[in-house]
Design a protein around this ligand. Structure first.
Ligand code: FCB
Length: 463
């Protein structure tokens, strides 16, 4: 076996480069709870989760992990695990309850306390401005289909960096704009639950414009490291020898990858994606000068990776509502074990993606900002024996390491997620945490994977 094969097969010990950043990630609506406290107003997820039939068993983020009140204990837990970086997001409707107006100081106070607590424990805070909880008042004015929302995101960025920028070095504008646009506005699986492909493409552009404007605001406020996190997909033709399958896989690559990578890193939309803006009647939201704003240089690209996509051509098929314009293409089930989300486990998708990014955008350092798996965990005698999650993480870390050896400038890895939490449309039904949460008692129990991950961090590698 070559050393790369050995690594992927899990047979070799390996070490990551010195200074590699290890951590875990969460998002505000998924963990905070305290939905009406200290002046917080509803977000689109509060509305969505109150709408019958939208979220599994009517769950909502009203209480979630009660992290708003338990953040000290949670930070202590992070320190126990040896995390060097903690990625979390700001709840926009806490900080600007009416979306665009004055800052609510009590909203920022919470993040101020959290940041101080992290720093006291030697953990670097990494702040995401927008992880999907748009103030409902802004959705009432069109949400991401309204260009003003992009400017309001920049205002949020300015307020946040003004208050936290002296202690927070690393900032991320958006988490997974593909989900915000296509799950939010095309398929309606996510808040605000609209099903309108034109609105989805308008949302894409305004999210990206918001990203660019927020980058400017963060830089003006002295942010040291600015990033964007995308959920990227290693999109593969079912039959690489069939040109129709290759074209079908490229269509998904366009929608899920190039539609976001190219404007942010190259200042242009790809031709095939511009054709979709045109086709769905959304092209006129792209105004002269916008792409220059969107392409403001960033210091780090965050990659969220869970599973690859296998795509084939078939007349009469489509890749479904979240992927407008994919007539003649469809996803194919991969022959691989699956997680509790029914997502195939295939770490080669991660190495493939990182190497492709390194080849296409060699100037941009990378960080895995989310990677992890849901399994049906149970606590037995105070222990969660989640060997499948350990195997998932081990395989993906080996893939990440193989990509580094292949030349990818990968700076860090953040597990999704620190603890079990509100998994959007799946409510509390899916558990992604390293730490188990009992939602009745709010008791936290580090799973076997948490202890395993702590050892990985401790030795900066795998044995
Ligand atoms: C990502 C989201 C994150 C979490 C994981 C499982 O798409 O960014 O909030 O839900 O999936």
């Amino acid at each position: 076996m070559t050393s790369t094969q050995e690594q992927l097969a899990g047979t070799a010990a390996l070490r990551f480069p010195a200074g590699f950043r290890w951590g875990a990630a969460t998002a505000s609506y998924q963990i905070e709870g305290a939905a009406t406290e200290d002046g917080r107003m509803p977000s689109i997820w509060d509305t969505f989760s109150r709408t019958p039939g939208r979220v599994f068993e009517g769950h909502s983020g009203d209480v979630a992990c009660d992290h708003y009140h338990r953040y000290r204990d949670d930070v202590a837990l992070m320190a126990q695990l040896g995390l060097g970086t903690y990625r979390f997001s700001l709840a926009w409707p806490r900080i600007k309850p009416d979306g665009s107006g004055p800052v609510n100081p009590r909203g920022l106070d919470f993040y101020d306390r959290l940041v101080d607590e992290l720093l006291t424990h030697g953990i670097d805070p990494m702040v995401t401005l927008y992880h999907w909880d748009l103030p409902q008042v802004l959705e009432d004015r069109g949400g991401w289909t309204n260009r003003d929302t992009a400017h309001y995101l920049a205002d949020l960025a300015a307020a946040a960096v003004d208050r936290l920028g002296d202690r927070v070095a690393t900032w991320t504008t958006l988490n997974e704009p593909w989900c915000s646009a296509f799950l939010g506005y095309a398929s309606g699986d996510h808040a605000p639950g609209r099903q309108d492909p034109k609105a989805a493409f308008e949302a894409v552009h305004h999210l990206m414009l918001g990203h660019g404007l927020a980058v400017r605001a963060l830089r003006a406020g002295g942010a040291r490291e600015v990033s964007l996190t995308l959920n990227l997909t290693d999109s593969r033709p079912a039959n690489p020898a069939d040109p129709h399958d290759v074209a079908a896989a490229r269509q998904i690559d366009g929608l899920q990858n190039r539609l976001f990578l190219e404007p942010a890193l190259r200042g242009r939309y790809p031709q095939d994606m511009l054709a979709l803006f045109e086709r769905f009647g959304a092209a006129d939201v792209i105004r002269p000068g916008d792409l220059d704003v969107i392409a403001a240089p960033i210091d780090l690209l965050g990659v969220n990776y869970y599973q690859p996509a296998l795509v084939r051509a078939r007349i009469g098929a489509t890749c479904g509502l979240p992927n407008p314009g994919t007539e003649g293409a469809e996803f194919v089930r991969q022959n691989a074990p699956v997680t509790a989300m029914d997502w195939p486990v295939d770490p080669t998708g991660l190495s493939g993606l990182l190497l492709r990014l390194a080849a296409d955008y060699p100037e941009t350092p990378l960080m895995v900002t989310e990677n992890g798996a849901a399994y049906a965990d149970v606590v037995e005698d105070g222990r969660v024996a989640d060997a499948d999650r350990v195997a998932y993480l081990d395989g993906h870390l080996r893939a990440a390491h193989a990509a580094i050896e292949g030349g990818a400038d990968l700076r860090g890895y953040l597990a999704w997620s620190l603890m079990d939490n509100f998994e959007w449309g799946y409510g509390y039904g899916k558990r992604f945490g390293l730490v188990h949460v009992d939602y009745d008692t709010q008791r936290r129990v580090p799973k076997d994977s948490a202890h395993w991950y702590a050892a990985v961090i401790g030795r900066n590698g795998l044995d």
